[in-house]
Design a protein around this ligand. Structure first.
Ligand code: ADP
Length: 168
């Protein structure tokens, strides 16, 4: 019996304010499991992001240029509704430490309540990225620290443009 192969798509959602090497590490791992991964930048208005939705999506777009089966997009509203619109099967989230677990677990189970069909996959980054977060990168950049080991070069440039290159 012949079975038609259906393309497996995952959504990697987040604020990406801005995208870091930790995000990219998780993303690269996810590309090994799925035919296509969509990095979906959430509006996240309540988090008062440093960068606009357009700026964040643009930085993601540039960071993933070299990855053939990855796409950058942005969305507003319910994640599960977006996952359906994109005909995706799964949501990818990164787990850095136990501290991430409680919130991520609650989010995954709530999304399952809202849509039984969608699975959440947790992926762990390389250990050197477990301490990395967008929040910490912004703090270092604001204080004039060097973030070049933590983010792609164009993201570093965008941070310098926001904060200047020296201490505030
Ligand atoms: P959100 O506002 O949805 O938490 P983030 O952009 O902060 O958005 O994070 C998006 C996802 O990436 C989350 O699942 C988060 O746990 C994960 N993540 C963030 N930083 C890292 C990192 N350094 N290593 C692995 N996963 C990470």
């Amino acid at each position: 019996m012949t079975r038609l192969y259906s393309m497996r798509t995952a959504i990697y959602p987040g604020s990406f304010d801005p995208i870091t090497n930790g995000h990219l590490d998780v993303l690269q791992r996810a590309t090994k499991l799925f035919d296509r991964v969509v990095v979906a930048v959430a509006k996240s208005e309540s988090k008062h992001p440093l960068f606009t939705l357009e700026e964040r999506a643009q930085m993601v777009g540039r960071a993933i240029r070299h990855l053939p089966n990855v796409e950058a997009d942005s969305f507003e509203g319910l994640l599960v509704a977006y996952v359906e619109r994109r005909s995706a099967q799964a949501v990818v989230r990164g787990l850095r430490a136990v501290s991430d677990f409680e919130f991520e677990f609650q989010l995954a189970l709530m999304n399952r309540k809202l849509n039984e069909r969608i699975e959440t996959i947790f992926m762990m980054p390389k250990d050197t990225y477990t301490f990395l977060s967008s929040r910490i990168v912004k703090e270092i950049a604001q204080l004039g620290g060097d973030v070049s080991a933590f983010v792609p070069a164009h993201v570093r440039a965008a941070l310098v443009a926001k904060f200047g290159s020296g201490p505030a």
